[in-house]
Design a protein around this ligand. Structure first.
Ligand code: ZN
Length: 79
């Protein structure tokens, strides 16, 4: 997908009660550019103790997606 200079993505977290949606800018080239979103999804997964799906889309096309799982080391971990 050619994103040109547009770095704005639509993001969504599939929380059990209601999806969280927003628009975020990510750096264009870094391979770990979605790390902050994944960390956000993981923090929700830990808080809710349930897997939380995350999705990045651009103009309605899914660009990347995944599922963040709750950390099994509750309390003493930085993963
Ligand atoms: Zn952990």
């Amino acid at each position: 997908m050619n994103l040109g200079h547009d770095r704005r993505f639509d993001v969504e977290l599939s929380l059990p009660q209601r999806p969280l949606r927003g628009v975020t800018e990510f750096p264009e080239t870094r391979t770990d550019r979605f790390a902050p979103l994944i960390a956000w999804a993981r923090s929700w997964a830990n808080y809710l103790n349930t897997p939380v799906g995350w999705r990045v889309s651009h103009n309605g096309t899914t660009f990347d997606e995944g599922v963040a799982h709750p950390c099994p080391h509750r309390g003493y971990c930085s993963c």
